[in-house]
Design a protein around this ligand. Structure first.
Ligand code: J2J
Length: 542
């Protein structure tokens, strides 16, 4: 029987039938997708992380042992388990152990901290939390203990050593092994991710097996992934770019090898490219710029690298034109969103298209509408709001009726908040954004979330958080603050406010980069704060 998950918005039957008839959705779960590959390539190396190496056969064994461990804890179909891990070797075995049981991994970002994790555990009513003892100076074991004491649903915490080895894993591995078989259906929710968000709290994105796997299969075709692919992964494994566009799923489903790193800096990445003869890597624009601009390029043998995939934020055409000559790789641009749609340029496109545009929708089943402020379709070549619907795009956030009324049209299109232009041949160029979000080098910050925390500071009367232009990151985070009369200016410096937000457990990438104290906010003619004028205001000393 299908899994019943309250608060999940299903695809209308008419669309489900169409996606199955047209072959976008096939009768396969994530477990089956991976085990097919395990059976075909048992001796090949699947995962490399530091000095750990797992062949496909070893990966399969580990998944089935971890699954037995989770089952021993009473975790089963439909149970939510928050995975909060950096790019460690057991990340993939743990996710697939949960898939094996039909449990639902909640894919937190490693960069999330107490503020985000407490909310995520609570909102998803998670039964277990898997993390490392410490990460980025944060005591996650203590967080786990606190949550177990206060949460009404959280029963189990599984704490790995800081390097992702040992710890509670040993116990989990000591209950024998399950036999691989179907324990969930392709139409079940497979996993949930967190949206970058535009609101005070991240929204929860549920993907079914069939909807996610169709995007993986299309990405594999568009990205030239084969059993010969050796992919370096420096982006967080929980991010959809690193997971499915084409990500580790695309590579492992094809019999290739993924090499995991927690560090994408030029020296770390280049030495891994040289050592493992990396053929393929996905990065965000600031990393691509760092790789282009370093003189280390000539100190390493990067000749194995065939594809440098760049996405998550707009990559400038000027930098894009340097990729082939300076890194010896073909650039592939990708514009995607955790909600579903992803676009790619083709590897054999003309250089002009590769460097100027963000690509075509991954699947022929993706429907795209570009509309003006009044909701009318714009003429080809004009820019407008991007709406999309398709076999891998969700129909609603999890348990979010109110947000869903705003973010989805009545006929099921996701309102992306991106402003795009359609060029020839379905090519999209991203030209702007209408949603209240800051894209800090590919990391998404919801101003409202930071504003709400700053409003709880006793020295703050009013606050507005905006993105300001930055050469490397694209945007940085700026907080404009109206101090409360009589407040201590020392508390309201950049250092003081960051310390305050750190104390509240906010993820580091959401921290303001710049603070400006102002007497009052400029209002628009309708009395709303003018964020536009704040973005353009001169950056003063913090
Ligand atoms: C401009 N803006 C972009 C691009 C994403 C593949 C690649 C990226 C993501 C991702 C992803 C952009 N140019 N090339 O999930 O599968 C901005 C848009 C978009 C938002 C989604 C994938 N690529 N963006 O970045 O969910 O504003 O997904 O709506 O993190 O990032 O962010 P996210």
């Amino acid at each position: 029987d299908p899994l019943v998950l309250d608060g999940f918005v299903p695809y209308p039957e008419e669309f489900a039938v169409r996606y199955r008839n047209q072959g976008y959705w096939i009768d396969q779960t994530h477990s089956e997708f991976l085990f097919q590959s395990i059976e075909r390539n048992p001796e090949k190396v699947a995962i490399v992380a530091g000095d750990i190496q797992l062949t496909y056969a070893e990966l399969g064994d580990r998944i089935l042992r971890l699954a037995a461990g989770f089952q021993h804890l009473g975790i089963g179909r439909g149970d939510r388990v928050v995975l909060h891990l950096p790019n460690v070797a057991d990340y993939v075995p743990l996710v697939f152990a949960l898939y094996e049981l039909g449990a639902i991994p909640v894919l937190a970002l490693a960069a999330h901290q107490r503020h985000e994790i407490e909310y995520i555990v609570d909102f998803t009513q998670a039964r277990a939390y898997v993390t490392v003892e410490r990460h980025n100076g944060n005591d996650l074991a203590a967080l786990a203990e606190d949550m177990k004491a206060s949460s009404s649903t959280l029963e189990h915490t599984i704490i790995l050593a800081p390097d992702g080895r040992g710890g509670d894993l040993d116990g989990l591995l000591s209950h024998g092994a399950l036999t691989h078989r179907r324990r969930s259906l392709p139409s079940d929710v497979a996993f949930v991710q967190l949206s970058g968000g535009t609101t005070g709290r991240p929204k929860v994105i549920p993907h079914t097996h069939e909807a996610n796997l169709t995007s993986v299969r299309s990405a594999v075709r568009h990205c030239g992934i084969t059993s010969g692919t050796i992919q370096l992964i420096v982006l967080p494994l929980s991010h959809s770019f690193a997971m499915r566009s084409p990500g580790y799923l695309g590579v492992l489903g094809s019999g290739g090898t993924v090499v995991l790193s927690q560090n994408g800096s030029p020296d770390a990445a280049f030495s891994l490219i040289q050592k493992h003869r990396i053929t393929d890597v996905s990065v965000v624009p600031p990393l691509a710029l760092a790789w282009l601009n370093t003189s280390l390029k000539s100190d390493f043998d990067l000749t194995s690298l065939r594809v440098l995939r760049v996405g998550g934020a707009k990559f400038s055409a000027t930098a894009a034109r340097r990729v082939r000559s300076e890194l010896g790789a073909t650039l592939q641009q990708s514009f995607g969103m955790a909600e579903g749609l992803a676009t790619f340029t083709n590897l054999d496109d003309a250089e002009e298209a590769i460097t100027s545009y963000q690509g075509r929708p991954n699947s022929d089943g993706d429907e795209v509408r570009i509309i003006d402020d009044e909701g009318n379709e714009v003429a080809r070549g004009e820019s407008g709001h991007l709406l999309t619907r398709g076999p891998s795009t969700i129909r609603g956030y999890y348990r979010a009726d109110q947000d869903n009324a705003e973010c989805f049209t009545p006929d099921g299109y996701y309102v992306t908040g991106d402003i795009v232009c359609e060029r020839a041949d379905r090519y999209l160029e991203v030209v702007g954004r209408s949603k209240d979000q800051i894209n800090r080098g590919g990391e998404k910050v919801a101003p409202e979330e930071v504003e709400n925390l700053l409003l709880s500071h006793e020295g703050v009367h009013d606050v507005s958080v905006v993105g300001i232009a930055d050469d490397v990151l694209g945007e940085r985070v700026k907080a404009l603050i109206v101090p409360r009369p009589g407040s201590d200016a020392q508390d309201l410096t950049l250092v003081g406010l960051r310390k305050f937000l750190r104390g509240r457990g906010l993820a580091a990438y959401k921290m303001p980069d710049v603070v400006e104290l102002v007497e009052e906010f400029q209002k628009t003619s309708v009395g709303k704060i003018s964020k536009r004028s704040q973005r353009e205001s001169v950056v003063g000393p913090a």
